[in-house]
Design a protein around this ligand. Structure first.
Ligand code: GDP
Length: 137
């Protein structure tokens, strides 16, 4: 069993796609074991994406991620990290495979509907960023 962090980003929440995306997640067999809707502050978004702070798109990414509420979930299942990455599709929706969340719902490489952790260490850190032990059920 493995856990990973998913975020439905402000573009998708703003288009009322939260339910459709959570349905894809549950339909894939991954279990939602914690859930929050939150409006990130600038400093929270900066901290969450600190790994990207030298990238040219960092400021724009932080602006986007604070532009509206996000829906954050903890997902659990066998090989959950890679399974959810596969379900999301490529970062750029133009390169995402048919049927993936980003192919279906992303607008462009930045407004790309969802986030998912990319490795066990980042999953642990990102889950701890949003959830406490009490939140898991
Ligand atoms: P992910 O793991 O597929 O989410 O991709 P990354 O970790 O590389 O990037 C984090 C997030 O930054 C992406 O999901 C996008 O929202 C945004 N992003 C990535 N690459 C670009 C880019 O080239 N331009 C812009 N504007 N945003 C980007």
């Amino acid at each position: 069993m493995e856990r990973t962090l998913s975020i439905v980003k402000p573009d998708a929440v703003g288009k009322n796609l939260t339910g459709a995306i959570l349905e894809k997640i549950e339909g894939s067999g991954l279990q939602i074991i914690a859930l929050r809707r939150v409006l990130l502050s600038q400093s929270q978004a900066e901290a969450f994406y600190a790994v990207h702070r030298e990238r040219p798109f960092y400021k724009s990414l932080v602006e986007f991620m604070t532009s509206g509420p996000v829906v954050v979930t903890a997902l659990q299942g066998d090989n959950a990290i890679q399974r959810y990455r596969d379900l999301m599709g490529a970062t750029n929706p133009e390169e995402a495979a048919e049927g993936t969340i980003r192919k279906l719902y992303a607008s462009n490489i930045e407004n790309n509907a969802v986030h998912g952790s990319d490795a066990p260490e980042t999953a642990a850190a990102e889950l701890a960023f949003f959830f406490r032990d009490l939140d898991y059920a």
